[in-house]
Design a protein around this ligand. Sequence first.
Ligand code: UDP
Length: 611
Amino acid sequence: MAKDKTYKFKDGVVICGAYGRGNAGDEAILKAMIAELKALDANMPIVVMSRKPAELKKRFDVDSIFTFNPFAFLKAVKAAKLFISGGGSLVQDVTSSRSFYFYLLTIAMAKRRGCKCMMYGCGVGPIQKDSHKKFAAKIINKNVDVITLRDTTTRQLLKEIGVDKPEIVQAADPSFSLEKLSASSIDAAFKKEGIPQDQRLIAFCLRPWKDFYNYQAIADAAKYAYRKAGLVPVFLPVEVPADIQIGKDIARLIPDVPCVVCTGSHRDSEFIGMLSRMELVVGMRLHSLLFATEAKVPTIALSYDVKIDGFYKDLEGRHLLWVENITSEDLILAIESAFNETDLELSHRVDRFIEAEKNNAKLAKEYLFGTKGNVVKILDFPIMNLTMESAINRFSAMLEKDKMSIVVTANPEILNMASKNVELAHVVRNADMVFADGIALLTISKFFKTPFEERIAGIDFAYNACKECAKKGTKVFLLGGKEGVAEKAAENLMAEIPGLNIVGTHNGYFNETEDLEIVEEINNSGAEFLCVAMGAPRQELFMAHNQDKLKVRVGVGIGGSLDVWSGNINRAPEFYLKHGIEWLYRLISEPKRFGRIIKIPFFMIKAIFKH
Ligand code: UDP
């Protein structure tokens, strides 16, 4: 039992990404993510994996561990509830296969340690090798709960490689939530770099790249912008020192143009602020384009990677050139045309990104604090980790909806059947609420290191739901059991629960051809809550087959509960309930159940091995 405690209080997040390498884009993403997570809960433990943990700790006021320290990593994910891989394009094999495996394996290990796994505001790809595509799909399908995307192109790639298990939500790069710095701070940064404040400027944010060698094209375009429109070229590095030399090399090609080659490192908000003072930004680095867009400055994208294409496609940007075959003429034409872009067009597009970006934090919140974070998959069926109180709250909300909601009380028997019965599997997977009714499920969840809060027996849930109905004046219908059982159960329940209005009952012995008649009877009664006690899978399939015709708001399958409420069968005494051995009592009082109960250990073994 003591062992459970360590997991029960899993809390906070571990963030894994390309942090601590001096890239303003990555640091911007991290800054935005930390701010978003702290806004959800200011006291939430946050651990960031970084190549420079001490520096990161100081700058962001969060805990940080060295990226390649496996012991610190395992300790951190053991304590955390959510593992965030991202942002940026981590899963790709262009820069190296090592990082590709590293980012995927950290996800798998975090999952094994009981974390929910989220790929946050990310891009994926390019993935060149077929074996890598298969590996990525396998790891992501098995371990990732949710992916928030920074571009729509990634969605297509995920589909192509076969990623279909995690929840996939369109978002945007986290850094869209950042604001630019105050005017005086931008003035100071300009002064430090020697950028003239009284002239019109064009920024070039370039990076060295294996297929980019036509520096003369950039030099010609810079010269043209200066001669034609009086724009002073500013070479602004995103990654320092990596991007500095290229600016120097190009400036040397145009000695008669007064260029500024910046050498300092400017972080996110400062960078956005600096770009906001440019007339035009020619960017190779994704974050130069992103920051310029945020600052509502027109851009020309010089693409070297799908992430640039992806962002530019979503931006509906008009000026994208590939660096490997760039020419002076193309770039000059693009510069001329980019000037014609209106502020209004840009504003609309930026607002769209800012709105979509909110999905990153929204999903993190749902997995950290909402019911999504509390789903345990058993035999691939997602079972919600609820308390009786939260289940009744959800039930209450369902009563307000127009469409009928179906509640499934999952026990080993139902899940076993569902693993062999496609129709039942569909009902279980698509039910509006599925909770754990059965001590075997609790044991399995402990084994998975994501224990259920409590067992919610179907009979107890239905009883509490009836109490809720009594409070709200909601009408109830009892369906199931032998002739007379539902009537007797209704009589007893109404005597026990003051104000409960059971408006109809019917026995559970009819065949499917009579379903319609029964549905009509239920609809005519005006009931809004339907308890179906016909055993699984009949009760679940009855609800699912007739979901569109039934006018009730909520239906739940409750097995033999009517037999108990009617007084025909006794519920197990408190001792059995308290010790999780209700099954033993039922076995003693109904020995014919032996055949059903003996299947449970086999179910548990299957569930554990399939995990
Ligand atoms: N039942 C029914 N119609 C049928 C078969 C069964 O109404 O066609 C009733 C049966 O009388 C009993 C309940 O469904 O009241 C099944 O209870 P069971 O013990 O199988 O459910 P459990 O509580 O184990 O889920």
